[in-house]
Design a protein around this ligand. Structure first.
Ligand SMILES: Nc1ncnc2c1ncn2[C@@H]1O[C@H](COP(=O)(O)OP(=O)(O)OP(=O)(O)O)[C@@H](O)[C@H]1O
Ligand SMILES: [Mg+2]
Length: 490
């Protein structure tokens, strides 16, 4: 082929890129959790052009580490069990190959994406629609708490991909409304949650409606041992991906504040006045406490929404939608919103009640610091929580430090939020890396400087000597590098 012909072809091949409607570039610094890639490009995977268009228009420039590992294997049709940190792009890691394999000319359900909560189903379906925007793919979301009749009507039309929660999907399959006999892709996001005792029987029953030749893909940031039984029983030689040599996110700084139960609200008030919160999520351990706290926060004069599983679905949806759109700065919730929820504006997570186990802790604090960005996690710790704090630190191989009198905003506020638009545009890659490095140094310095003067300014009163918080502080250091059995690389 003549050189000018080749040039013309390359030009034609690339001309579609010029038509793309790209979003404003996100210039916030990012950690290695998402930047340590092999250097793949989305175009390396020979995806349909319409899908590539959706990917680029979603603002994704190149695949994240989990996407690099997962996309080619999933495209090859193999079962996958993948583990990667919170907010590093697992959703697109399974959505991109799923969308690539869908044949939009066929009027059948070809993929099921199973998630544990209704809010996550709505979010995942939305991402699926965004990525598949130019493909003409029909995505349906279905969860409990909505009218079954609407689902039946919807399923009488074309549906290629269903996103939903287990109970409703099983209901639809059992009634013969949803036909999964040609559905060859079965994805479980937050798979360990879906394989907890409350869900496992439903998931197993649901699988009986699927063809024998199917691809099963499991994704989560946490994979305790319970997953093994399912793996052995329902997966064929799964390709295992584990990108979690360390467990916590590099961009999230974690602190604890030691308080009495009755001081918690006062403490929260102090935090509100001192922190630079872009948006925050505040976790409580019961629905009752969610409502009580939300009331208190409002009385203190701060704006806040709340959400928990006992609320009406329509109300839950409204809260989720409005909080995501920045209508309100703070959201108080139960563990309903612990997993998968992706709101990039959240830079602070507060455990008003400390969680019971390491998995919940990890997922909760992972609501900030999305896609390698900076975030802050603050834990209010009572005397009763102290052993649990120690246990979780051990299990996660992380050290949660005592809250210093002043928290440097550079640890959790992106420079773009501090500076004006022009400065934001000037931050180049080197600058970003310098900022991340600076953050790590700051964390170390603050720990060394402030540890003895335990939370003087931030906290109302100090009632217990610091040593009581950890049964053995030195032991924590020793355990720092160790991994408990359940988190070991498989
Ligand atoms: N390749 C990419 N380039 C830029 N941004 C991306 C890319 N992939 C994902 N993101 C963004 O990263 C954020 C986090 O992605 P996602 O919700 O998939 O994380 P996750 O790994 O599923 O986290 P979690 O464990 O909390 O569920 C989203 O806002 C998403 O739009
Ligand atoms: Mg997710």
């Amino acid at each position: 082929m003549a050189a000018n012909q080749q040039q013309q072809l390359a030009h034609d091949n690339d001309s579609w890129k010029k038509q793309l409607n790209l979003p404003t570039k996100d210039t916030r610094p990012q950690t290695e959790d998402v930047t340590a890639t092999k250097g793949n490009e989305f175009e390396d995977y020979f995806l349909k052009r319409e899908l590539l268009m959706g990917i680029f228009e979603a603002g994704f420039e190149r695949p994240s580490p989990i996407q690099e590992e997962s996309i080619p294997i999933a495209l090859a049709g193999r079962d996958i069990l993948a583990r990667a940190k919170n907010g590093t792009g697992k959703t697109a890691a399974f959505l991109i190959p799923t969308l690539e394999k869908v044949n939009v000319k066929k009027n059948t359900v070809q993929a099921l994406l199973l998630v544990p909560t209704r809010e996550l189903a709505l979010q995942t379906a939305q991402v699926c629609k965004t990525l598949g925007k130019h493909m003409g793919v029909q995505v349906m979301v279905t969860t409990g708490g909505t009218t079954l009749k609407d689902d039946i009507m919807r399923l009488s039309e074309t549906v290629h991909i269903i996103v939903g929660t287990p109970g409703r999907i099983l209901d639809l399959a059992g009634k013969g409304v949803a036909n999964f006999s040609a559905c060859t892709t079965f994805v479980m996001d937050e798979a360990d949650k879906l394989l907890s005792p409350e869900f496992t029987p439903i998931v197993e029953q649901l699988l009986t409606y699927f063809p024998k030749e199917r691809q099963v893909m499991l994704y989560s940031a946490t994979f305790p041992m319970i997953v093994k039984t399912f793996k052995d029983k329902h997966m064929v030689k799964p390709y295992e991906i584990n990108l979690m040599d360390e467990l916590t996110l590099r961009g999230v700084t974690q602190y604890y504040a030691f308080v009495e139960e009755r001081q918690k609200v006062h403490c929260l008030n102090t935090l509100f006045s001192k922190l630079q919160i872009n948006q925050s999520i505040i976790f409580c351990n019961s629905t009752n406490r969610v409502e009580l706290l939300a009331k208190k926060i409002t009385e203190l004069g701060y704006s806040c929404f709340y959400s928990h599983a006992k609320m009406l679905q329509s109300h839950r949806n409204r809260v989720f939608h409005d909080f995501r759109n920045g209508v309100c700065r703070n959201l108080v919730c139960s563990d309903l919103l612990t997993r998968g929820i992706d709101i990039q504006a959240v830079n602070v997570v507060i455990n008003f009640d400390f969680p019971k186990n390491a998995e919940t802790y990890l997922h909760r604090i992972g609501r900030s610091g999305r896609f390698g960005h900076l975030g802050l996690a603050i834990n209010l710790i009572t005397y009763e929580d102290r052993f649990n704090l120690y246990k979780i630190e051990q299990e996660l191989g992380t050290e949660i430090q005592a809250i210093p009198p002043v928290i440097d905003t550079r640890l959790y506020v992106a420079p773009s939020s501090l500076d004006d638009q022009q400065q934001r545009q000037q931050i180049d890659h080197q600058e970003q890396q310098r900022l991340i490095h600076q953050k790590q140094q700051l964390q170390q310095q603050m720990h060394q400087q402030h540890q003895p003067q335990y939370q003087q300014q931030m906290m109302p009163q100090q009632h217990y000597p610091q040593q009581q918080i950890h049964p053995n502080h030195q032991q924590i250091q020793q355990h720092h590098q160790q991994r408990p059995q359940q988190y070991q690389r498989r």
